[in-house]
Write a protein that binds this ligand. Structure first.
Ligand SMILES: *[C@@H]1O[C@H](CO)[C@@H](O)[C@H](O)[C@H]1NC(C)=O
Ligand SMILES: *[C@@H]1O[C@H](CO)[C@@H](O)[C@H](O)[C@H]1NC(C)=O
Length: 369
């Protein structure tokens, strides 16, 4: 199919109107935040599967040549990646997507699931922006009804963490199609420099393990919960029966078995802790502690190379962080500072130079081929 370029907008509109009823109905409530212009990002190159990649489509069972959406989404060979998408972090998301594709052996087998706030007025712009920078990307947009969770959020010490979309990672099992059985969740402030298929293939013990993430057992686990929590006679017993000593893990990079999550009702377990937090303050941060409460000591460990976190450092003191020792497969600018903001302000940290090559923002000086 080829279309003259002035028909591209029509095509976007068509895709939007055609696909949106599959997911939900958009509410167009006005919402503050940066406006998005699809033209502000450059087009990424097309990435092709290597000859060794398994086919996403099952040609033996298909009578018509059309790629049915369900066939592709539900393919056993697809690698599913979930991220959130909003106007504030879209520059980071675009860089993360590019990095995933660029380092994949089978980029055409990667299917992205973008969760956005159902109350945003930017839904069609988010779709148009993705489609214009990644015309060949396989993706679905999933609206997240933030009002369901906003009543459960108690204010934390870092207000940026209170954004309802931050909690979407707890709802992936409900948001993604049922045939999606495993997903890699990624934050928007990171880039991969290795094949996401290796991360997605992390073994999860079928008997018990719901998720995998790098663990940090040297971090002071006690400090993630308040004295109120630790002085309660019952609450600390939460961690008593765990397979291993509970350790901190960062929820910005996780491999989740969605089948087992659904079967075990883990979203409700996380919500129970959030309800308790509303009544008595048991932790200080946002969406992380409920994950620790439910999963710490029960997760499958992932090599630390897959979450070199903390590179966002500390804006207040202008502190730049260094990499942790060891190999690197994923760089994560968690923390207050973001590489795009520091680059724009002409005050980058040394490691921000590793993010810059994935930046798709069109600059006045960029040459478009
Ligand atoms: C294709 O279909 C067969 C039979 O239904 C199944 O065993 C196989 O796993 C499918 N392959 C893919 C790539 O989905
Ligand atoms: C860990 O944190 C708690 C509470 O923040 C503190 O009381 C304790 O001394 C810390 N332990 C270590 C080993 O630093």
């Amino acid at each position: 199919m080829s279309l003259p370029s002035n028909n591209k907008a029509l095509l976007f509109l068509f895709l939007f109107l055609f696909l949106s009823p599959l997911f939900s109905i958009y509410s167009a409530a006005a919402h503050g935040g940066g406006a998005i212009d699809p033209q502000q990002f450059k087009e990424a190159p097309e990435f092709y599967n290597s000859p060794t990649c398994p086919s996403l489509l099952n040609t033996s069972t298909d009578d018509d040549s059309d790629e049915g959406d369900d066939d592709v989404i539900c393919s056993e060979t697809a690698i599913h990646v979930a991220m959130t998408l909003d106007a504030a972090y879209i520059r980071g998301s675009m860089a993360a997507i590019l990095s995933v594709l660029q380092h994949s052996t089978c980029p055409q087998n990667v299917i992205f699931h973008f969760v956005y706030s159902a109350t945003t007025s930017d839904a069609s712009l988010l779709r148009a922006t993705l489609s214009s920078s990644f015309p060949y990307l396989r993706f679905q947009l999933h609206p997240f009804d933030a009002s369901a969770v906003s009543g459960l959020i108690s204010t934390s010490i870092r207000s940026a963490l209170d954004c309802p979309l931050n909690y979407a990672r707890s709802y992936l099992a409900n948001l993604l199609p049922l045939c999606v059985r495993r997903v890699v969740y990624l934050d928007s402030d990171l880039v991969l420099v290795d094949d996401i298929a290796s991360l997605a293939a992390t073994p999860l013990d079928p008997a018990s393990t719901i998720l995998a993430a790098p663990e940090y057992c040297k971090a002071n686990f006690t400090s993630y919960f308040t004295p109120t929590f630790w002085s309660s006679p019952s609450l600390p017993l939460t961690f008593a029966g765990r397979s291993r000593p509970p350790c901190y893990f960062n929820t910005g990079v996780m491999v989740i078995d969605l089948d087992r999550w659904r079967a075990g009702g883990y979203t409700a377990k996380i919500e129970e802790w959030m309800e308790l937090q509303k009544r008595m303050r048991i932790y200080e941060l946002g969406s992380l502690p409920p994950f620790l409460l439910v999963f710490a000591g029960e997760i499958a460990p992932v090599d630390h190379r897959w979450n070199q976190h903390g590179l966002g450092g500390d804006n207040f003191r202008g502190l730049c962080r260094d990499l942790h020792p060891g190999p690197v497969s994923l760089l994560h600018w968690s923390g207050k500072g973001k590489p795009w903001a520091r680059l724009d302000a002409n005050r980058p940290c040394p490691l921000d130079a590793l993010w810059a090559p994935y930046d798709l923002l069109r600059t006045p000086f960029s040459l478009d081929s």
